[in-house]
Design a protein around this ligand. Structure first.
Ligand SMILES: Nc1ncnc2c1ncn2[C@@H]1O[C@H](COP(=O)(O)OP(=O)(O)OP(=O)(O)O)[C@@H](O)[C@H]1O
Ligand code: SF4
Ligand SMILES: [Mg+2]
Length: 415
């Protein structure tokens, strides 16, 4: 693996698992995903860059329509193209094992299959839609194991994965679900029947253990159920069990609790945090709700209108948000009710992402906007005396930007 590490240390919250090594596990570099629509080209993700460190929980937050899901789905190349267009940039998966980084956006499909659901897994907002209604829960989790853990399944069943005999070949085909009809019949022959039974038993126990980890009651019964027989919270636990069955290096959770009621939300959040610590996976946690992210994440990336506007350690960001948009978002969370007044100052909605102008996209809503903000797009920079990055001229000097002081915004000046 690349030895790239993040230059500055990352604060590890006492109660959180935190980044294991500071190594970069995955990095999004200047990613641009656009959509062709009748109205024009929608710049949904427009120059997004951030790193995910091994073992950390990184939150990706922002209002609806700012590009969080498109960014998240890009990690598994799940954005439909067309209408999507990969207009530039990379999503590099460095992984833990030392091999060369893979650019998910351009990797061959076979390479991607090895990563998807195995090394990078995803939990979706609506588990009802993500699960197959026609298959029992257990079969759906087993599919992931058959697809990605053939050798491990065979070893646990007492079969040498390198066994080149006919029986070994048949069992290997069975353990990755590639059997044709004639092979299924051959698996019933006395020489291989016992091995086939052991393989099935191993997969079944593995599925039960994965479900039990999510503290689902009676996993043996649940694995035989169909999705429609389960509540929303249970379906989400099944999704989590399926996502973690292969011990992924990176788990992507896109608004995993939004469809659930509040008490279940808290339990699912705690479960994700606990399982992350046990599996030592990195997590990209997507939410429009900063209070949720505060509960789960070590670092936070704030997205606005297809761009990252601030990336900081969670503690720093919640103590002293820098970007005016982050301040507004934070002021809107219940624990910062006293700041609600300020939110009125950044009223408005996310701008149209068709042909956005080369300026700060937040300027129509920003209380501090100045002349430079309406003509130049602020780059992400590490602010003076702070860690992390912010894209705002409030934290740059006129010399750095190349304009006159009176053209620059100041925190004191509001409009
Ligand atoms: N298949 C598509 N065709 C056209 N436009 C799309 C498509 N998918 C997403 N978009 C557009 O891309 C932009 C970003 O969408 P995305 O779903 O990533 O937002 P989001 O931040 O996840 O919002 P939410 O919080 O509502 O989930 C939006 O303007 C959306 O309309
Ligand atoms: S001060 Fe200027 S650059 Fe910073 S967020 Fe406001 S409009 Fe954008
Ligand atoms: Mg979304």
């Amino acid at each position: 693996m690349t030895e790239r590490t993040r230059p500055s240390g990352v604060a590890i919250g006492q109660e959180r698992p935190g980044p294991a090594s500071g190594r970069v596990l995955a990095s999004v570099q200047d990613l641009r995903i656009h959509f062709r629509t009748k109205a024009g080209l929608v710049h949904a993700v427009d120059g997004v860059s951030f790193d995910i460190l091994d073992g950390e929980a990184l939150g990706l937050v922002g209002e609806t329509g700012c590009g969080k899901t498109v960014t998240a789905r890009s990690f598994l190349r799940l954005v439909p193209m067309p209408p999507g267009v990969h207009a530039g940039g990379r999503v590099l998966f460095h992984g833990r094992s030392g091999e060369e980084a893979v650019d998910v956006m351009t990797a061959p499909e076979a390479r991607l299959r090895d990563i998807r659901g195995n090394r990078i897994a995803m939990i979706f907002q609506d588990p009802g839609k993500a699960l197959n209604p026609a298959l029992p829960i257990g079969d759906q989790i087993a599919e992931v194991l058959y697809a990605h853990r053939t050798d491990e399944v065979l070893r646990r069943a007492g079969v040498d994965p390198t066994d080149g005999s006919v029986a070994g070949h048949l069992l290997r085909r069975m353990a990755n679900q590639r059997t044709r009809h004639v092979e299924t019949l051959a698996l019933r022959s006395p020489g291989v029947r016992a091995g086939a039974r052991r393989v099935r038993a191993v997969v079944e126990e593995w599925v039960i253990a994965s479900l039990a980890e999510t503290r689902i009651a009676d996993p043996r019964k649940i694995m035989k159920s169909y999705p429609h027989e389960l509540s929303g919270g249970m379906k989400q636990r099944v999704m989590i069990a399926q996502a973690l069955a292969c011990d992924p290096e990176l788990l992507i959770a896109d608004e995993p609790t939004t469809a659930l009621d509040v008490t279940i939300q808290a339990r699912i959040l705690d479960l994700i945090r606990e399982l992350q610590a046990r599996h030592r996976s990195a997590v990209l946690y997507i939410s429009h709700d900063l209070s949720v992210v505060k509960r789960v994440c070590d670092r936070v990336a704030v997205m606005y209108a297809g761009r990252i506007v601030e990336t900081r350690d969670s503690e720093d960001l919640f103590r002293a948000p820098l970007h005016p948009y982050t301040r507004g978002l934070l002021a809107a969370t219940p624990s910062h009710r006293e700041e609600r007044v300020r939110l009125a100052a950044i009223d408005g909605t996310v701008p149209e992402l068709i042909d956005p102008p080369p300026a700060c996209r937040f300027h129509p809503r920003c209380p501090h906007a100045a002349e430079v903000c309406t003509v130049i797009d602020p780059p992400l920079r590490t602010p003076h005396a702070e860690e992390g990055e912010v894209a705002c001229f409030l934290y740059q000097t006129p010399d750095e930007v190349g304009v006159e002081p009176e053209q620059m915004p100041t925190l004191e000046r509001t409009r």
